[in-house]
Design a protein around this ligand. Structure first.
Ligand SMILES: CC(C)(COP(=O)([O-])OP(=O)([O-])OC[C@H]1O[C@@H](n2cnc3c(N)ncnc32)[C@H](O)[C@@H]1OP(=O)([O-])[O-])[C@@H](O)C(=O)NCCC(=O)NCCSC(=O)C[C@@](C)(O)CC(=O)[O-]
Length: 299
């Protein structure tokens, strides 16, 4: 399969990244991060989550972040909403696109959402209905697509079943999350081969964590399978609060460097993206998880 000419990067640093950082980040710094990312050319930024603050305290204040950002035309600012309560809070905050999130493993679903996979899908139905009525697009996530921290191996057919349900209920795109980063290039290709039979590949996205150092290889393997949307996190921020030891998402800067090298268009400017990552790393007092950013610092 020919490589795509254009790739859309979904920047999840302000959400997936910051939700797992130990040091609390204030609203002003979150707003600055989102604005810096759009200045760099990102056209899709996941800004926050409308989830229980008892479960993920780092995402409290998402409404204030939405109120503070300088919205750029053509940029989608999205948020996670696990249920109707989250959806209504998101609408009140002026969120224009939301995401629901399920898991391919029962144990992870219980840890992350306090319910079974089937119960989580049933909770999403009214969210999708309400979103449709308001003309709001909904993205879907499936976690643990290449391994679960509690159950180990996850069958691609199980991923296809959950992803297929999300697509059938109206998610316009389903992002497949390698939550604990155990996936390899071969397994990634096999996964998209199976899930691609249930959902058109142009409706699938890849979401890779770099715990085992395989994320960029998995992005490339996905490109070979015709996938043209990837979630990534500036400076490789984050992890997942319900997957102990999970490291951050693949760094946006590193994915961009790969794509630029392949001549694949994204509309994102590397140096500005690096600057955004360096700034938030200074706020967090942590090292930059992007190899490209670190290399450029020394250059
Ligand atoms: C889904 C629940 C709420 C169920 O949690 P629960 O405790 O079963 O919920 P409940 O319905 O029984 O309600 C309990 C309390 O939570 C409140 N509540 C209920 N809903 C909300 C809401 N939306 N916003 C704010 N508060 C809420 C509700 O009002 C009530 O408050 P109380 O009466 O006790 O004061 C909880 O499990 C939760 O918030 N989970 C979110 C976990 C999360 O955000 N995980 C990280 C995102 S997923 C991820 O990172 C993976 C991904 C997407 O990146 C892909 C990958 O890498 O795999």
């Amino acid at each position: 399969m020919a490589l795509p000419a254009h790739v859309r990067l979904v920047e999840v640093g302000p959400r997936d990244g910051l939700q797992n950082e130990q040091r609390p980040v204030g609203v002003a710094d979150k707003v600055r991060l989102v604005d810096d990312l759009t200045v760099a050319g990102l056209e899709y930024v996941e800004v926050g989550s409308f989830v229980s603050p008892a479960w993920v305290p780092q995402m409290a204040g998402s409404a204030e972040v939405f109120a503070g950002i300088r919205r750029q035309p053509g940029v989608v600012y999205a948020a996670l909403t696990p249920n109707m309560k989250g959806f209504e809070a998101a609408m009140a905050a002026g969120v224009e696109e939301v995401a629901v999130f399920a898991a391919a493993s029962e144990a992870f679903s219980r840890k992350n959402l306090n319910c079974s996979i089937a119960e989580s899908l049933a909770r999403f139905v009214p969210v999708l209905d309400a979103a449709r009525a308001r003309g709001v697009r909904v993205r879907g996530y499936v976690s643990c697509v290449l391994g679960c921290p509690y159950e180990g191996e996850v069958a691609p057919q199980q991923v296809a079943a959950v992803a297929g349900e999300l697509f059938a209920m109206g998610c316009y795109e389903v992002s497949l999350g390698d939550t604990i980063g155990t996936g390899t290039a071969g397994k990634t290709r096999a996964l998209f081969e199976v899930v691609g039979r249930a959902i058109p590949r142009e409706r699938l996205a890849g979401h890779f964590h770099d715990t085992y150092g395989q994320a960029l290889a998995n992005v490339y393997a996905s490109l070979l399978e015709g996938i043209a949307v990837f979630d990534s996190s500036v400076a490789g921020l984050g992890g997942c609060p319900y997957a102990r030891g999970a490291s951050g998402n693949v760094a946006s800067e590193d994915v961009l460097y790969l794509l630029d090298g392949l001549g694949i268009h994204t509309g994102i400017e590397l140096q500005a993206l690096i600057a955004a990552g360096e700034r938030i790393c200074a706020v967090l007092g942590r090292d930059n998880g992007s190899r490209v950013a670190r290399a450029r610092r020394g250059a």
